[in-house]
Design a binder for this molecule. Structure first.
Ligand code: GLU
Length: 464
């Protein structure tokens, strides 16, 4: 029997803003990896940056995770509710000699760095409060609240086999004694993350590679605590379509923005999954397939580029597959944002069925269906191109027939046909004119089906 521990992964967002696309992607990988192995996925809120953390961000993050369907098995666990635990671990470390108090003031630290820069050295904490055999420490100043620093091992190196990047080694002389507890008793990220990953029995950590420089410290702290090491996988950043780091300044970076823009969660998941991971040439796959395939291999080492056109293509695929009643709800919400109250779910579902094939987002679907609820403004060019004298002469008759027709696709088709016969017109003459007048544009799906979506009196008045 295997004695390997149950796979446990986590996502640990800081609630200082919306759920970032990069975090959503590592959440997806962590979730899929846990599901693949029948393990657990933990959600932890890293709220120790008290000045920047907000409840609103927590709510947004939870909502985005729920929207993506990345259900956690444990949590949300809030770091600020665990201060007593971190402080207790710090005391144990001080007792064991793997951490120590440091009474340097910010001014002293700045002077230290200044002197190092002047000597052309790398700036780092010089260990002046680090105890050592035979070393005489100055008496602690009474007016300074100390921090606690980790006594990083002085020699040797830290190595790990990264799930994404492969073997990495950092020499201990390159890293200094980092602060693990602030004077106010709040831990720093690198310390809290280790205590949490240990306490929560996390076996695999997927995160963005902006954390790769933190990992040596974390590994050293794990070792100092005698805690089992998780495996680490650092995913490359996501680049914008301009090849620069995806950032707020140059476009949407939050999951919420894509939800608002009418993307479907299954499309976002599919697209995010492929952005940094592959399964052969597969571009479109379900979440079940992703779980079946995601074993931590085939993660890309180099940064992926955000491709809005590809995302739109993936989304249009899922628009076609989406249930009409579901699209009806989503489009009602999009219409509501435009001040349009559309409460006829049956109508919206028929509209979705008719238009979803030509829409890459729910917003585009709303663009189409808003014509039913809001007056349209046909372009002059369309009016002159399509609403010519021959058609104009047929419109009163068409209105009369439509007024009397059964108000469905067949009834409307019959009224159109009779009008064609009565005025010696062909459908390619009449239909575009009717579309321009009723829908505001010359191209739509089949005209009888489209007209049937509208209330009859609106069609009659627009034709008039
Ligand atoms: N709170 C960290 C972040 O949002 C978590 C990093 C980690 O996964 O260790 O970047």
């Amino acid at each position: 029997m295997s004695t390997a521990p149950t796979v446990r992964t986590r996502i640990a967002p800081s609630p200082t803003g919306f759920l970032h696309l990069g975090t959503a992607r590592t959440a997806l990988y962590s979730w899929a990896y846990a599901r693949h192995h029948g393990g657990q996925f933990v959600l932890r809120i890293e709220d120790t940056d008290v000045a920047r953390s907000t409840q609103d961000s927590v709510d947004q993050i939870l909502a985005s995770m729920a929207w993506l369907g990345l259900a956690h098995d444990e949590g949300p666990i809030y770091q600020m509710q665990r201060l007593v635990r971190y402080q207790a671990v710090v005391e144990q470390m001080i007792a064991a000699g793997t951490a120590y108090r440091c009474w340097c003031t910010p001014a002293e630290l700045e002077a230290m760095r200044e002197a190092q820069r002047a000597r052309g050295e790398k700036t780092r904490y010089d260990g002046r409060w680090r105890p050592a055999p035979g070393k005489q420490l100055p008496p602690p100043p009474a007016d300074v609240q100390p921090v606690v620093r980790f006594a990083n091992p002085e020699g040797g190196a830290v190595s790990w086999d990264d799930l994404v990047k492969g073997p990495i080694t950092i020499r201990n002389e390159e890293i200094d004694d980092l602060i693990i507890l602030r004077p106010d008793g709040v831990p720093t990220y690198n310390f809290a993350v280790v205590v949490d990953d240990w306490d929560m029995a996390i076996t695999h950590v997927f995160r963005g590679d902006e954390h790769i420089n933190n990992t040596p410290w974390q590994i050293n702290i794990f070792k100092a605590l005698g805690a089992p090491l998780p495996r680490f996988g650092h995913c490359p950043i996501i680049l914008g379509d301009d090849g620069l780091k995806l950032s707020k300044r140059r476009g949407a970076v939050s999951v919420t923005a894509y939800q608002d823009a009418g993307y479907l969660p299954e499309a976002m998941l599919n697209y995010l999954a492929r952005l940094g991971w592959s399964h052969g040439d597969d571009e479109l796959f379900t979440r079940e397939q992703m779980v079946a395939w995601f074993d931590g291999s085939h993660l890309a080492k180099s940064p992926a580029q955000w491709d809005p056109a590809k995302l739109a293509w993936v989304n249009s695929h899922y628009m076609k597959l989406a249930d009409d009643a579901r699209l009806a709800e989503l489009v009602a919400d999009q219409l509501a944002r435009r001040g349009i109250v559309a409460d006829d779910a049956g109508l919206l579902a028929r509209g979705a069925a008719l238009f979803k094939d030509r829409c890459s987002t729910v917003v585009e679907l709303a663009d189409w269906l808003s014509m039913i609820f809001r007056p349209v403004q046909p372009a002059e060019a369309d009016l002159s191109a399509h609403v010519n004298d021959a058609v104009r002469a047929a419109l009163p008759g068409l209105r009369e027939r439509l007024a009397a027709a059964a108000w469905d696709k067949a009834g409307i088709a019959a009224a159109l046909k009779e009008t064609l016969a009565a005025h010696q017109l062909k459908m390619p003459q009449l239909a575009p004119a009717v579309r321009v007048l009723v829908c505001g544009r010359a191209q739509t799906p089949s005209v009888d089906a489209v007209l049937a979506l509208f209330p009859r009196d609106i069609v009659l008045s627009r034709l008039q």
